[in-house]
Write a protein that binds this ligand. Sequence first.
Ligand SMILES: Cc1cc2nc3c(=O)[nH]c(=O)nc-3n(C[C@H](O)[C@H](O)[C@H](O)COP(=O)(O)OP(=O)(O)OC[C@H]3O[C@@H](n4cnc5c(N)ncnc54)[C@H](O)[C@@H]3O)c2cc1C
Length: 414
Amino acid sequence: MTTTTPRPHVVVAGAGPVGCVAAATLAARNIDVTLLEAAHDLPRELRASTFHPATLEMLEPFGIIDTLVARGLIAERFAYRERSHGVVAEFDLGLLSDETRFPFRLQCEQYKLCEALLDQFAEGDRVTVRFGAAVAGASSTDDGAVVSLQSGEEIPCDAVLGADGASSAVRKSLHLDFEGMTYADRYLVVSTTFDFSQSLDNLAYVNYISDPDEWLVLLRTVDLWRALFPVGEDETDAEALTDQSAQRRLQGVVARDGSYDIAHRTIYRVHQRVASTFRVGNVLLAGDAAHINNPLGGMGMNGGVHDAVLLGAGLAGYLHGTTSSARLDDYARLRRQLAIDFVQRHTHTNAVTLATPDAAVRAEALEQMRTRANDPDLCLEYLRTASMITAVQAMETELREVGAYPPLEPRSAT
Ligand SMILES: Cc1cc2nc3c(=O)[nH]c(=O)nc-3n(C[C@H](O)[C@H](O)[C@H](O)COP(=O)(O)OP(=O)(O)OC[C@H]3O[C@@H](n4cnc5c(N)ncnc54)[C@H](O)[C@@H]3O)c2cc1C
């Protein structure tokens, strides 16, 4: 009689984009996964909408790119503009066509990535998804880990991956610092069916718009145009969320006779924070649970997906005995360092470019963008950074140095 060794079992907390990609990465490496989501249905709030080329490459092995492209929009260029004078600098992502199979940004809401992966989990038998299962905390034990649910249930497992977002119960239960800063301005996001491209010349699908009084980001998703505005300390959340405030802001972008049809509005507090470590024994953190940043440049979810793929692959190797504990530490340290050196730095620079109240600094930042856009070498270098190709190359270089490259391809379908 032959006996079979049970597959290792990992609990992933949170079915956001990072938790879903982590579950897919683990399942593809022969790990049983329980994916716990606090909400009773997949959250479909409008947050991340941009997938960068480097992220699309990482998602390609899961066979979901065609689905995402079919449900999204291909943005071939993005632009920096001045509200009063139009385009200052336009960046053509097609210039990356020698470097990536995806020389574009994909405008596609983050929940569509989750839906595509949840469909795959439903067809396979390695990922068990439980909605309405709020995690209270997790701890590492001598031979694995234990997850506690708010219901009082406890789940012993081999390891836990906390992808339960910025307020992560997993991170809090580990008593880890979440150091960093909170911006004074909050961000108001307003979506409308009005087509701004009919009124503003040369509008790209993603536009960073500078202005002495009120900067904004204006971007297109499949169904809507979405505008992101700063909200200063002199305005409460409730005031910023009124119809009057949303109409006033949109009328400032394009003045119309009638009022705007507003599909959705939300206000966010914006931080730059990183957990003191991404690994405590057999418990790991990824995505917003591990690091949060301002959304300018669209790097939070993208960086979180990169965490999920590397940490998921590393954890699978560790549980199968092919990756040492020290190497898993290397992966966690590397992802933390990239969150600080790359994502935080780049997104904060974007915030300064747009939001600094100092007119001279703002003008200089825009002039730098213009110079970059007009110089082929500088333009390519900037496109690599903005598309997160530079960050992934830095990760690959470090992985080569520790002899751990390439770890990323999934080995089998879920
Ligand atoms: C306005 C805005 C625009 C943005 N645009 C972009 C962009 O274009 N590109 C980009 O890369 N990033 C963008 N971001 C950032 C991006 O939304 C986040 O980085 C991303 O959602 C992180 O994914 P995550 O899976 O780590 O966390 P989340 O998306 O927050 O998912 C966490 C999941 O865990 C669940 N959960 C929470 N607590 C528990 C618990 N205790 N137990 C079980 N489940 C739990 C939640 O319900 C949720 O489903 C934007 C953010 C904002 C606010």
